[in-house]
Design a protein around this ligand. Structure first.
Ligand code: NAP
Length: 267
């Protein structure tokens, strides 16, 4: 029996606990949770049947400890756990910008990082996983198995995390932001905004289903027939979107560098 702890039961921590229990990936009786505001963890425990405690109780009781706090809170949690971070534990951080090496520097534990996506709420989407040098085959199988219950996990090199997380973890936010702008532009053309948003939602769901079977190029060529209207719109996107996405990656990279600097300054 492997016991699993979750420190931080905010948005992501609580979704992971709920989904792991709901799918049977982890039994509720094997899960321990804690949160800075303890009532959040207690509420989650009442709703799911897991056990709530404080951070050190969770660490003491768990073979695998998920750190579901924000990047700038990771050092504080690891310092609090102190001598409990032994070689018998696997620490899995879901925070961006806190490296495997920085996790490793806190003790003897085996380490890994996982970047899930909010889409795991519907058991869809991708979880990126990077394993520390000291992680074992059993650690790898465990993470692939539990994240496999709530989507598609993939093990990738840590240095691909930032760009890939823009696609998989930030992606749902970016797609929603793009569609909101598309609907807004339609409202400038006289369509009621609510109706435009509703039409976009139905269209993205239908498109996602088609993309399960088809590649992007294939789908575009099915809709954008030669000499037709869609071809005109695709031409505008092809001309303008590359610049926008370059800016997006530049902006997120700058933010990553800022947060990494703040984490380094904490030591
Ligand atoms: N949201 C996503 O889609 C997503 C996707 C991938 C990765 N992530 C990563 O997941 C992490 C959590 O994100 P989130 O969206 O869940 O943020 P969040 O809603 O702010 O949750 C963070 C939780 O951590 C708790 N916390 C802070 N310091 C703590 C401490 N010392 N001990 C115990 N608990 C503590 C907070 O407690 P309080 O209630 O007291 O504030 C809060 O409930 C972040 O590192 C983020 O980068 C998020």
């Amino acid at each position: 029996m492997t016991t699993i702890g979750f420190i931080g039961t905010g948005h992501l921590g609580s979704i992971l606990v709920r989904k792991f229990v709901e799918t049977g990936a982890i039994k509720a009786e094997d899960i321990y949770v804690s949160n800075r505001a303890p009532e959040k963890a207690e509420q989650l425990a009442r709703e799911t049947g897991v056990k709530a405690g404080d951070n050190r109780e969770v660490a003491r009781s768990s073979d695998v400890i998920f750190l579901c706090v924000r990047p700038l809170d990771i050092n504080g949690v690891l310092n609090e756990l102190g001598e409990l971070i032994t070689a018998e534990k696997l620490i899995v951080s879901v925070a961006g910008d806190f490296s495997l090496q920085q996790l490793q520097d806190h003790g003897q534990a085996r380490v890994a990082r996982a970047i899930p996506s909010i889409t795991c709420e519907n058991r869809l989407g991708v979880t990126l996983i990077a394993l520390g040098e000291n992680a074992t085959e059993i650690d790898r199988s465990l993470l692939l198995s539990i994240f496999g219950a709530i989507g598609d996990p993939i093990v990738v090199p840590e240095d691909h995390f930032e760009v890939m997380a823009d696609l998989t973890s930030c992606g749902p936010g970016y797609i929603a932001a793009l569609l909101r702008e598309f609907a807004l532009a339609a409202s400038w053309m006289g369509i009621p905004r609510d109706q435009a948003e509703e039409l976009m939602k139905k269209t993205i769901i239908g498109t996602a289903r088609l993309l399960e079977e088809e590649g992007f190029e294939e789908l575009i060529s099915c809709v954008a027939t030669k000499g037709g209207i869609t071809e005109e719109g695709v031409r505008v996107i092809n001309a303008q979107a590359p610049k926008m996405f370059c800016h997006l990656f530049q902006a997120t990279r700058a933010k990553h560098e800022l947060v990494k600097g703040l984490i380094r300054d904490q030591r």
